[in-house]
Design a protein around this ligand. Structure first.
Ligand SMILES: [Zn+2]
Length: 259
């Protein structure tokens, strides 16, 4: 059984065939899903998705590219949405210096406000980080003893991976590990302890080879899992068991191998 720890099942690109997307996922042994949010509307949709589908768990939060929405009112709504027992994390939150839609100070303030929310609620955080690993890890280091951290779609350098490991953070590994040029990422994936690793698609984005550039969906997690099991030299079943158990531990969900 595989756990897709990062799939945006609520977005419009799945509106026309969401039921078949779930069917194909189950057929590919992908049976659990974490639906993260990126703004207030998607936070609401993620909670609805998780309320409708017993195998979907939600995260709520505002992505660094959408923090124009963050204010006292929206923060209060996030707090209230996160009270739902279907919400298992705050995310995706973080820093994005690639798009740089907001000044660095504005991004870090929004990031810290949402980290504080996670601390208050006792929830883990799902981190979006693009071209900002040093600052992201500086901030997260301050919270390492208070929140569990998942670095979604990890794309940092080996030194960032080492630093994140000293904090005990989790690494989300997705489609990019299958890309031809992903030598650095594969080297990192070959070395991080298996107990720190979870798998993700980031659907509808970042489809693994040979679907690169097309719409991604949870069923393709099997391609990423297969590649990671080859890199690690372990069986796919073993990798699935370990990463699913990791995800359940991180999100505070029951791990039932038979489920
Ligand atoms: Zn995402």
């Amino acid at each position: 059984m595989l756990f897709d720890t990062h799939c945006h099942l609520d977005v419009e690109s799945f509106d026309s065939d969401r039921a078949s997307v779930f069917e194909r996922a189950y057929a590919a042994h992908v049976t659990r899903f974490l639906n993260p949010a990126y703004d207030i509307a998607s936070s609401r949709r993620a909670v609805t998705m998780a309320t409708t589908h017993p195998d979907v768990t939600a995260a709520v939060g505002i992505h660094p590219n959408d923090i124009g929405e963050l204010n006292a009112t929206s923060l209060a709504e996030l707090h209230s949405l996160a009270q739902s027992n279907r919400v298992a994390a705050i995310g995706e939150i973080g820093l994005d210096y690639y798009w740089n839609k907001f000044p660095k100070e504005v991004q870090s303030t929004a990031f810290i406000q949402q980290l504080e929310l996670a601390v208050r609620l006792g929830l883990p955080v799902i981190i979006h980080c693009r071209d900002a690993y040093d600052d992201t890890l500086d901030i997260l280091g301050q919270y390492a003893s208070r929140v569990k951290v998942l670095l979604h779609s990890f794309a940092g350098a080996p030194r960032h991976a080492e630093r994140a490991l000293t904090f005990g953070f989790y690494f989300g590994i997705g489609g990019p590990v299958t890309f031809k040029n992903a030598t650095t990422l594969r080297a990192i994936v070959s070395q991080i302890p298996l107990e720190r690793m979870v798998l993700e698609t980031d659907a509808p984005y970042l489809a693994p080879h040979p679907h690169r550039g097309k719409r991604n969906e949870p069923a393709y997690l099997l391609l990423t899992a297969t590649r990671v099991s080859e890199i690690r030299g372990i069986g796919l079943d073993e990798l699935a068991d370990i990463t699913t158990a990791n995800a359940c531990a991180l999100f505070g969900l029951t791990y039932n191998m038979a489920a």
